[in-house]
Ligand binder design. Sequence first.
Ligand SMILES: Cc1cc2nc3c(=O)[nH]c(=O)nc-3n(C[C@H](O)[C@H](O)[C@H](O)COP(=O)(O)O)c2cc1C
Length: 191
Amino acid sequence: MKKIKIQDNIFVNPMPVVLIGSSSQRKDNFMNCAWISQVNVAPAIVSISINKNHKTAISIKETQCFSINIPTEELMEKTDYSGMVSNRRISKKELFDVFYSEEFKVPMIKECAVNIECKVVDIKEFQTNTVFFGKFINCYSEKKYLTNNKLDNNKINGFSVIMPDNIYISKGKKIGNALDENTMKKFSLLY
Ligand SMILES: Cc1cc2nc3c(=O)[nH]c(=O)nc-3n(C[C@H](O)[C@H](O)[C@H](O)COP(=O)(O)O)c2cc1C
């Protein structure tokens, strides 16, 4: 099989979709994030890559903590909206029921299946993005998402995104559009 060189700015798809929770000067915020990856087993550490201009990046630098919230399919539109508007313009916390983690009191979303409180243990700056390495401090879920006291991914119903096609998928099937104009219109009227 002959390989041919293609453009070099491609995405590694599909990418899991999470909502990153942060807070600055008592203003809670949630941002759609797909550039997230597990980087260490024990202790559990993940990396999240956030554009330097986003309010989320500025807040995490200030507080050195953040939350990872795993949305279910039912939250797809609200999650998408959180990826289209900045906390500079609107307060996105009204979209969700919020609770606070034990250690850093970082905002988390009740409707999400899994919530992880992270402490920043390292930061790497690139041209456009800041990569935060977060160590897991506390993880939360609900009985309905567990089997034998362990998280059951079949019950969680999370979803992923494919870029640059901008479609959300779950279990291999398209469930909606990312960066969707109709979602933007709908939620701009509500919030
Ligand atoms: C599906 C999807 C995934 C996204 N993933 C990221 C990401 O990984 N990193 C990032 O910096 N922005 C990402 N964004 C864009 C931000 O969520 C968006 O710019 C947001 O409005 C920033 O909010 P903030 O300024 O309140 O922090 C994503 C948007 C969507 C729709």
